[in-house]
Design a binder for this molecule. Sequence first.
Ligand code: ASP
Ligand code: MG
Length: 409
Amino acid sequence: MASMARLVMKFGGTSVGSIERIRNVAKKVKREVDAGNEVAVMVSAMSGETNRLIDLVSQTSTMHDAREYDVVVSSGEQVTSGLLAMALQELGVSARSWLGWQIPIKTNAVHGSARIEDIHCDEIINRFEEGQVAICAGFQGIGSDDRITTLGRGGTDTSAVALAAALKADQCDIYTDVDGVYTADPRIATKAAKLDKITYEEMLELASLGAKVLQTRSVEMAMKHRVKLQVLSSFEDLPGTLVVDEEDIVEHQVVSGVTYTRDEAKVTLQQVADKPGVAALVFGTLADAHVNVDMIVQNVSEDGKATDLTFTVGRKEMDLALSVLEKLKSEVDCKAIVGDPNVVKVSIVGMGMRSHAGVAQTMFAALAEKGINIQVISTSEIKVSVLLAEEYTELAVRTLHTAFDLDAE
Ligand code: ASP
Ligand code: MG
């Protein structure tokens, strides 16, 4: 018999989207229990349910009370946890449901996007000794104000990783509707391949640069607590992608993946005064309005008087950004303020960039050869991002996938 392990299994919305699928999940859980493992399960709401609940909230109140929003939208996970516990009992497995406040998963009181602060799981561990499986409602916790909180969309990934860290679990398996992490979105790059392993650092960049497979915060947490993560399919019996330490990867590609996001918009201040304090005023004003700025470029002015200042903001925040900046127009002495939502940010990510020169150059040359104009560039140690006209999304992703030798044979 294989040696006993302590596992956290997380199932996303599509994996528990119907009673039949919940029964399928119960079978997977039973298999781990029968193998002698201690198992805690973290479940999402049935697919479509959270959107339905959010819609009910917006129909009732546009400027809703965030605390009541959390009461409503957290309910989807409650339903799944009870149903899965019953399905396991039907199979003769001892199981009980746990809501966030019952464990408890303690969070701050930032309703709608709360952060986990502390998890007490002594009772769950006690019950492991009696052979009981814990079925936990994801996405929710109890705030420092003693009210129910939610962790932001996709938050069940973070619930699962946080519980795995608190339980000192041997592994956290994220079961989903794809069979792992790919070198690019397979719907766009048909030659994309599943990665067997990826480092925490790369996964964190990929998640924050548009890959939808894991919530960014869950990867941050896994990296911090060194939780061994696996992303795998709940519909096929295949190994998925392991998210691991750098030392655990023998063969490194220079670039591990290509990703993209359409969530940003470009804002340009044309012919803005080239004098001290302008950038501080512009970005200070945006920060006061809670508008996050990502990429920034400013040219050196030819005559020392005026230059263009270009940056990106969340696409949903573009109108807000334009309206707060419009009020500064005379103060910063700029000719026009222009917004462009039709852009895409395409990024390449890879640990190998730290030791290989010329990676950015290869990227720019490959795009140039296809006649794709680069509007803004930003880099970090292990990624290069470029802003392009949105119409080039597919072409750019495929071109870079090929240029960095990622195409599967
Ligand atoms: N049900 C929540 C959502 O749809 C949390 C999750 O699925 O991770 O965002
Ligand atoms: Mg999800």
